[in-house]
Design a protein around this ligand. Structure first.
Ligand SMILES: [Zn+2]
Length: 444
């Protein structure tokens, strides 16, 4: 993409700020947040006091990895409003996500929090190439879920025209896309596929006169393979957006249309760390770790070092789009899915990526963690396609897995029908072998 086609940023001063200048801003904002948490005296304030922190001025940015963390169970235990750092009268709305034991993960917003959120979503839309002249077809669900209203307010903040169509009623969506000719589509990646198929059935596929240039897809993890499929189906640039209600909703990070190789984190408002999911220690840039955010400018529910459970790697440097904001990779797994094999963290999704890239293997596989000995080992049981033109040998696959994971994985190639079937994209296909018969016959 040539320089004259790089879309304008929504907030160029913040998004392309030199890193040292941003560090100063982050420092001031972190100190201010610590003071507010200490003054509010809630759970987080008490933890800071117990850690010996008496004021924001005591805390340098480099001290962040030593400060106490928060997690989803804190939000549940303080449900609904015990974690507020402002009086309830300052709260103008709430959003949330599904929780546990009948308690949603509820997050409160002040008027300033809503304005911040709108600006973050406006940044994401502008990074996708949206302008004041854009029409945004917003098919994220509206309601307690943050997707719909977050993007809605962002589009208005940008000055675009937003179509608040929400999710579902696909035939009505097809009519609106045909008649209103949006240039930006926002929805979950799975709904993008559904909508793309419905548009194609209506004769509105690529070449059928669609005006959509880019789509911003999030609220569920998705792969680059799905990106290619969406782009082919809808004839647009498919971009990832990341967020979670606890931090603010969508707009925590978003891909730019120029590079589309990772999501720019709005780190002037959401300090981001990647940590080892077990030890909590920082991992180096480029290494997958659990994302931890500190919402340094939020008022109602500021969260210090919130553990997301989402696994991704961070990457620094100036992007071709001009942004200096750190990039996070696509989410490659969840903390809860992680396996520890001989001290090495392994995400089943990483193994899957290597296996599914091999055309002579069927998509059905089972990972077996052999825990019979003190040192666990990992086995990958894969089904081969009987009439594959160039079948891969197990030693070739083992070499690829070693290169990708830094770990020896024993590959066993099985005939079709050996591996138990699971719903595509659903279950993490892992079995533990602690003794007795192997999870699949014939393993040793
Ligand atoms: Zn960029």
């Amino acid at each position: 993409m040539t320089a004259d086609r790089v879309p304008a940023m929504f907030d160029p001063a913040a998004e392309s700020m030199p890193e040292d200048q941003r560090a100063g801003l982050q420092q001031r904002r972190l100190s201010g947040m610590i003071d507010r948490l200490l003054a509010a005296g809630g759970l987080q304030g008490r933890r800071l006091a117990e850690a010996g922190v008496t004021g924001g001025a005591d805390v340098a940015l480099a001290d962040l990895p030593r400060l106490p963390m928060t997690g989803k169970t804190d939000i549940w235990s303080q449900y609904p409003f015990q974690m507020l750092a402002v009086p309830l009268s300052e709260v103008v709305t709430v959003h949330g996500s599904s929780g546990t034991g009948g308690r949603p993960t509820l997050v409160a917003y002040t008027r300033a929090d809503l304005q911040l959120w709108a600006r973050m979503c406006a940044r994401a839309l502008a990074a996708a190439g949206a302008t004041r002249g854009s029409i945004v077809h917003n098919a994220y669900g509206y309601g307690l879920f943050t997707g719909g209203l977050g993007i809605h307010q962002g589009a208005i903040e940008l000055g675009a025209t937003v179509i608040p169509v929400s999710g579902g009623m696909t035939s009505r969506q097809v009519t609106l896309i045909r008649d209103l000719r949006p240039d930006i589509l926002t929805c979950t990646p799975s709904y993008a596929i559904r909508l793309g198929e419905a548009l194609a059935e209506a004769g509105l596929g690529p070449g059928g006169g669609l005006a959509i240039r880019a789509g911003i897809f999030g609220a569920e993890p998705w792969t680059d393979a799905l990106r290619a499929r969406i782009e082919q189906l809808l004839g647009l640039r498919a971009l990832d957006i990341y967020g979670l209600a606890e931090i603010i909703g969508p707009g925590v990070a978003a891909e730019c249309v120029v590079a589309a190789d990772g999501l720019h984190v709005n780190e002037d408002h959401f300090l981001v760390e990647a940590v080892d999911p077990v030890s909590g220690a920082p991992v180096p840039d480029g290494t997958a770790g659990e994302l931890v955010f500190s919402t340094v400018t939020k008022e109602a529910l500021p969260l210090l070092r919130y553990r997301t459970g989402d696994i991704a790697a961070l990457r620094r440097g100036t992007c071709a789009c001009g942004r200096t904001l750190v990039k996070m990779s696509k989410i490659t797994g969840r903390r809860d899915d992680m396996l520890v094999i001989r001290g090495i963290n392994v995400y089943p999704s990483e193994v899957e990526r290597v296996l599914l890239a091999e055309p002579s293997l069927a998509p059905d596989y089972l990972l077996v963690v052999d825990e019979r000995a003190a040192q666990a080992r990992l086995l990958a049981c894969c089904e081969y396609i009987t009439d594959a033109a160039a079948p891969a040998s197990s030693s070739e696959l083992e070499a690829r897995l070693r290169a990708a994971l830094g770990l020896s994985v024993q590959v066993s190639l099985e005939p079709a029908g050996t591996v138990p079937r699971t719903e595509v994209g659903k279950a993490v296909r892992v079995a533990r072998w602690t003794g007795g018969d192997p999870p699949l016959p014939g393993l040793s």
